[in-house]
Structures are given as C-alpha cells and as structure tokens.
Design a protein around this ligand. Structure first.
Ligand code: GLN
Length: 308
C-alpha cells in the first residue's frame, strides 16, 4: 500500500545490479556522431514519487542527451496549449516500424502513426511552434521548472551533429509538408525538433519532470497542466507507442507507460505513484537502452510499481 515504508534505495540498487551484466550487449547510437562516443558502462537510475521524494543510484546525476524522451514533453505541452486538433494530424497506433521509418507516410497521406516516432514528433513540434512561438524553449522551461534544475539546456554540439546528419528527419519533414501537414517552414520545425531532442538532463531531472503524468496532469507546484483525461491518454499512447517497434516487448517486460531515447534514457510512469528514469548508453536494435530496460524490468518485478 501507499503508506508502508518501502526501501526504494534497495530496489534501485538491485535493479542496477541486474542491469550490469547486460550493459556491454548494447551499442551507443552512431548515426548521431556526437552520441557515438558515450561509454556503455555508464548506468544511472532515479525514482521520484508523486509527492516529490527522490532516490537515485549510479550515474543518476550525470546529464545525458534526452533525445526522444523530449517527445513526451512536447506532446504534453502542445495539448496543454490547446492543441487538441493535433489528433487530426497524427494518429495513435503503434507503428511496428523503426522510429525513423518513412514507409507508412505515403499510404497514410502524410499523417504519422503516432506522436512518438520521429514523423509524429515533427508534427507535434510544428504544432507547439505555432502555439508558443518557441517549441525548444517551451520544453526547456518545463523541464527546468518541474525538476528545479535551471542548468538544463540544449547541448548545441549534439543539436548541430543531429542537424548535420539529419537527412532522414529532413526527408520526413519535407514529405509531410508536401501533404500540408506542417504549417511552419520545414527548417524551423527541424531546428526546434533537433534542439529539444538535444537537451541534456539527468535521471533525477527526468523522473521529476515525468511526475505530472503520475499526478494525473498536475505539475510539481500543484497547478494543472493537463486534464485527467489527457494525462490518461498520453500514458496510454506511451504504453503502446513509447518504445517504437519494441513497445510490445517493453509492455511485456516492464509493464509501464514509458518513453525511450537514443541517448540511452528511458522514462517510465506509474500513475498515482511516481516516475522512474533509467539510463545507459548501449542500445538494442530498436534503439532502446539495453541496461535501462533490464533495470526497469527488475524494478517492476520486485516492487509494486506497476499498472498491472
Ligand atoms: N533526435 C533523434 C532522431 O531524430 C531522436 C531519435 C530517438 O531518440 N529515437 O533521430
């Protein structure tokens, strides 16, 4: 139950121990050169409860590139600014294809499968840009406020590295623009997309920033970001689509709404309880962190932090 004393630190230490042996089975993302040199032996994990209790182990205070984890914040912010019509521009079905795939966009008339693959996140970024005038700034401000860490920022070297090797994302964006599904200039959308993916934050920051989804839409200061219904819906789409074409395996092993990024982070939400972020740079073939998955699997096996 909620009131009994749980030894979170012990649970996290156990999860880290479970992840250690598999860390060398993953490979850091190499299509973004600035991420390729990350050390796969790094591992961190943090947990933040709904009332702000925080625990962490390993490299939990080491900033890393959040990459696609930013897609969940971009979506939440776009919806909070009244972007409900967004759901006419992006679907919510698992894609079954890699996160950067172009394949479904033509038959589906430039409407991406879900907001958590690259195509979908580009549409969300476009909407957030229209609604706020600064999609990158909106995500950075939100992460700073929820975590209380003013040092969170875009890593310009990573953003430039992404932009310099971003042919696929540029192709996705132009293709969608040809269907009229981007409303801002393609280059602006790409700039903001790369810039929010290239934000550096640590496991503690992200566990705290994910708290609004555990608090059914309430921010850290108690104000409402999203309706309860929108928080429910984002969690549902995270469960079905947050880890790309491995979402089924993630649901099976971890059993939580979660979002991964090619920087090696995974942020998982336990509605009503809190958020957990694990990080290790080595990725599997789907682009999900091998170590973070192993740790989260161990954690949900041994704790009662589960939706099932
Ligand atoms: N910025 C990365 C990209 O666009 C994000 C991908 C990811 O984390 N899966 O390729």
């Amino acid at each position: 139950g909620h009131n009994e004393r749980v030894n979170y630190q012990e649970l996290l230490l156990h999860a880290m121990k479970a992840a250690r042996p598999v860390l060398d089975r993953g490979r850091p993302a190499d299509y973004i050169p600035a991420l390729a040199c990350a050390d796969p032996q790094r591992f961190g994990m943090a947990l933040a409860t709904v009332d702000g209790e925080v625990h962490g182990v390993g490299d939990w205070r080491e900033p890393f590139s959040v990459q696609s984890i930013s897609k969940l914040f971009a979506l939440a912010l776009a919806l909070s600014h009244g972007g409900a019509t967004l759901w006419q521009r992006v679907s919510r079905e698992p894609s079954g294809n890699p996160f950067n795939s172009l394949i479904q966009l033509e038959s589906e008339q430039g409407i991406p499968r879900n907001p958590f693959i690259n195509a979908g996140a580009l549409v969300v970024t476009d909407a957030l840009l229209s609604l706020t005038g600064d999609a990158r700034g909106a995500v950075v401000d939100f992460l700073r406020q929820e975590s209380g860490n003013p040092a969170i920022d875009t890593d310009r070297a990573v953003a430039e590295s992404e932009a310099g090797h971003g042919h696929r994302n540029a192709a996705l964006a132009h293709f969608m623009a040809s269907f009229g599904n981007l409303h801002n200039p393609v280059d602006d959308v790409l700039d903001h997309y790369f810039a929010h993916c290239s934000i550096s934050a640590d496991c503690r920051d992200l566990a705290l920033a994910g708290g609004f989804l555990a608090r059914h839409g309430l921010r850290a200061d108690g104000s409402r970001l999203l309706s309860r219904g929108d928080a429910k819906r984002i969690n549902a789409v995270l469960l079905t689509c947050g880890t790309y074409d491995a979402a089924g395996d993630f649901a099976y092993r971890v059993g939580l709404p979660g979002k991964s990024g090619v920087g090696g982070g995974v942020l998982a939400i336990v509605p009503g309880r809190g958020a957990v972020c694990a990080w290790s740079p080595g990725l599997d073939a789907a682009g999900n962190s091998v170590g973070a998955l192993a740790a989260l699997e161990d954690f949900t096996e041994r704790s009662d932090w589960s939706v099932f």
